[in-house]
Design a protein around this ligand. Structure first.
Ligand SMILES: [Zn+2]
Length: 191
């Protein structure tokens, strides 16, 4: 799998003109049909989409091109999951977050638990990203929890990305930076 931008037509153009590079070997990717169609839940309701599949001209590996609005093996948009993580960092509990987002409490609890386990790793990742985007970035202010620290680093990296790259929502940057694995099991080799 490989994360790409949310501009479907732009991704298609890049794929057809050989601008997309294989994440395994840096060979050029060419179109290779589509992945199966899936139903995902965005902030405004269910969205049906069918990710593009590409094949490497060098190593022959195939990759599903997943738009950075989504995460690997998660039905909900990263913006929705991100809103839940922000509410947790602000002190809300999983039931109230679930009610506000219109999602099952057990689903939201699963997101929060998984991210809490990954929070230190993601704090470090987003801090490295921030420094890469803005070498002169000042130190981050420590927050009340590691989850809040991770979100602080993400927010700063996203602000730097707006200046260095292009405007993009912070949670889409997080999806891209984690290779879609923002909520993957830690050390889960089956991902
Ligand atoms: Zn390759």
């Amino acid at each position: 799998m490989m994360m790409v931008g949310t501009d479907e037509a732009g991704v298609e153009r890049s794929l057809l003109s050989g601008e997309l590079v294989c994440p395994s070997c840096s060979g050029l990717l060419a179109p290779w049909g589509h992945a199966r169609s899936r139903s995902s839940r965005g902030p405004e309701g269910t969205v049906r989409h069918r990710p593009r599949r590409a094949r490497c001209s060098s190593c022959r590996g195939t990759h599903v091109l997943l738009a950075q609005a989504w995460l690997w093996r998660r039905a909900d948009a990263v913006s929705v999951i991100g809103a839940a993580l922000e509410a947790k960092a602000a002190g809300a509990g999983h039931r109230s977050i679930a009610a506000r987002l219109g999602r099952p409490a057990c689903t939201v609890r699963g997101w929060l638990r998984r991210f809490t386990v990954r929070a230190e790793q993601e704090r470090a990742r987003f801090t490295r990203l921030l420094v890469a985007l803005d070498p002169l970035a000042g130190p981050l202010v420590p927050r009340a929890s590691v989850v809040a620290d991770a979100l602080e680093a993400l927010g700063a990296a996203a602000a730097a990305a707006v200046l260095r790259l292009s405007p993009q929502p912070a949670w889409e940057l997080a999806a891209r930076a984690t290779g879609g694995r923002l909520l993957a099991p830690v050390g889960g080799s089956r991902w």
